[in-house]
Design a protein around this ligand. Structure first.
Ligand code: M6R
Length: 605
């Protein structure tokens, strides 16, 4: 998704801006650009290609300067084109980059057109540049403070002005923005990762903040225009461009990192205790009588799996809601509910807004399961469990999902313990099983050659069905999402018992039906559902386990996972589905790590 980098320094900042853009590349974008203050003028370079292309363009023109801003754009309003790429200029005086969506852009466009501004792009962003110019009377900081009062929607912006060569102004509301504090130089970015290697002294701007960056000054006002001090934190941000090592793609690397990621996520777990989720967890867990989970995409499927665990182990009722729906729905708030957000990035706009909505409704006990310790989600929740998946670069979530599952299983156990539903023997058994997970996952990864053989058959298909039951229905959904997002094969998941209520009409010999079939309590029911598929000529691709007692026969292909893993089986059964999606996409020649139209962190609504 869109990324921002900006700087005011006494050295040429072009390399810093370009390096920052490269570090943000993995989030997904379709155009990029840089603008600098050069000899009393604004100059820019934009490209609808990759950042390396932009760099080549800049190398040719020799664009260099001490003050400037840069951007990667993921199109929302207007097609990916040079004219729509940021930075946007107003009257050759104001240069601006923007993340987010301005909801009242049409109204502002009409007003500014009447005032004589000529629009060169189809973006919502350009109105902000013109609005700031319109309100500019010699003080950029003042003009930006006035302008943001007129904006509705979500934004993070960085702006500079031809007439104030050593100043960059930033503002945020609903989209993240950070300041990097240097010595005699200052920086701004949408993510601390963009500044890795430049500065580790980071200020996280709060909602409504406007910041004035000059060489020796970093001045912040809040949404009331009151001067505020924000804490400077030392942040060791990782580079987004982690080494690929022997792998062809980040997704492949991240799939194979899962034994390590799970081990790291569970590293401090020697016994079950609420304090794993924060100092105040004991009191909160004691008080709550239900759980509300809010998340999007893959993280939502982790939430659906957690519902099964929490209800069956802790006997606490759980609702799981898609964040973008929940935030606009009239729901009945329960102040005794624990609100749990799940997010890899911790910056997903819909999930953050849903969290805020829950809080506004009086649900004040909040916990996040998140992979980024410095993210907005972690800062805004009372309790947190940080998954230690490490930086996930591939757009398709893999190790983030399985580590979320590990953390959510722990949550189920901790809640069960507090509610007196976990005895010592059960606790010891669960801890032993969790400790063994990295080894068990490695054994599943070794099935890769068999999965590649299946993937070659899948590559020729345009549709696929995924079936699961109970605890494994969300895993089937995750398998379908993985396949569709990176191979572009249409895939849908159903709880297998639901087949006969409609989707069975789709089943022909052309329809591969992937079945998640560990030996759980529903296995016999699932076998009957499989027969319904076979009777209609459908080809079954079954991920069974050591105890499932399903044998291969005509139209039934079976890959057997080496162990039966009980309640934790969803974690193991996710792995072959990831590999199937990866190898199918590879065979189809898609851009696995950056699938079309998608972004890694979805920071707009
Ligand atoms: O960072 P988050 O976990 O909040 O992101 C939520 C979804 O955007 C994300 O899981 C998305 O569905 C993935 N691309 C799926 O692989």
């Amino acid at each position: 998704m869109c990324g921002i980098v900006g700087a005011v320094a006494q050295r040429n900042i072009t390399p810093i801006l370009l390096e920052g853009l490269k570090r943000l590349e993995y989030r997904g974008y379709d155009s990029c650009g840089v603008a600098l203050h050069v000899d009393g003028k604004l100059q820019r370079s934009r490209s609808t290609s990759r950042v390396t292309e932009l760099q080549a363009q800049i190398d040719q023109t020799g664009l260099a300067g001490f003050t400037g801003i840069a951007h990667t754009r993921w199109a929302t309003h207007g097609v990916p084109s040079s004219a729509n790429a940021h930075p946007h200029f107003s009257r050759e005086r104001i240069a601006l980059v923007h993340n987010g969506i301005i909801e009242n852009h049409e109204e502002l466009r009409t007003e500014l057109s009447t005032a004589g501004y000529i629009f060169e792009s189809q973006t919502d962003t350009e109105v902000i540049a013109h609005l700031i110019d319109h309100l500019y009377h010699g003080d950029l900081f003042e003009a930006v403070q006035q302008a943001v009062k007129r904006l509705s929607g979500a934004f993070a912006i960085a702006v500079f002005c031809r007439d104030e060569p050593h100043r960059v102004v930033g503002a945020r509301l609903g989209s993240p923005l950070i300041v990097g504090v240097g010595k005699g130089e200052n920086f701004i970015a949408s993510d601390a990762m963009a500044l890795a290697g430049t500065t580790d002294q980071i200020i996280y701007l709060e909602e409504g903040d406007v910041v004035d960056l000059q060489l020796q000054k970093c001045w912040i006002v809040d949404n009331q225009g009151k001067s505020v001090q924000r804490e400077i934190r030392t942040v060791h941000a990782h580079s987004g461009a982690a080494e690929l090592g022997p792998y062809r793609h980040y997704m492949q690397k991240e799939i194979f990192e899962q034994p390590r990621a799970i081990a790291d996520t569970l590293e401090n777990v020697t016994n079950i205790m609420p304090e794993l989720f924060g100092d105040k967890a004991y009191g909160i867990f004691k008080e709550i009588d239900s759980v509300l989970i809010l998340a999007c995409g893959t993280s939502y499927y982790a939430g659906l799996t957690a519902k099964y665990w929490i209800e069956s182990i802790a006997k606490i009722p759980v609702n799981v809601e898609i964040a973008s729906e929940y935030r606009y729905r009239d729901s009945v708030p329960n102040p005794k509910s624990l609100v749990v957000t799940i997010s890899q990035s911790g910056e997903t706009a819909d999930t953050l807004a849903a969290l805020k909505h829950a809080r506004n409704q009086g649900m004040l006990h909040t916990l996040t399961v998140c992979n980024v310790a410095t993210s907005a989600m972690v800062r805004e929740c009372e309790l947190a469990y940080i998954t230690h998946a490490g930086v996930e670069v591939g757009v398709a979530s893999t190790k983030a999902f399985t580590t979320q599952l590990a953390a959510l299983f722990l949550l189920a156990l901790s809640l069960a313990q507090i509610k007196g539903r976990l005895n010592d023997e059960q606790e010891a058994g669960h801890i032993k099983a969790m400790r063994h997970l990295p080894v068990a996952i490695s054994a599943v990864l070794a099935l890769e050659p068999q999965i590649i053989a299946w993937a070659e058959q899948f590559a020729a298909k345009e549709n696929a069905l995924f079936l699961g039951r109970g605890l494994h229905y969300p895993i089937a959904m995750e398998g379908a999402l993985k396949l569709k997002e990176i191979s572009y094969i249409h895939a849908e998941a159903y709880p297998a018992g639901e087949l006969k209520h409609g989707p069975l009409a789709l089943v022909t010999k052309e329809m591969p039906v992937v079945t998640v079939a560990p030996n759980d309590t529903l296995i016999e029911k699932l076998k009957s559902n499989m027969q319904e598929v076979r009777a209609r000529g459908g080809e079954l691709y079954v991920f069974a386990d050591a105890d499932s007692h399903i044998t291969a026969s005509e139209g039934i292909h079976v890959i057997r996972l080496p162990e039966h893993y009980g309640l934790l089986s969803p974690i193991l059964h996710t792995i072959p589905l990831q590999l199937l999606a990866y190898h199918t996409a590879l065979a189809r020649g898609t851009d696995v790590d950056k699938p079309r139209n998608l972004a890694k962190s979805v920071t707009v609504e």
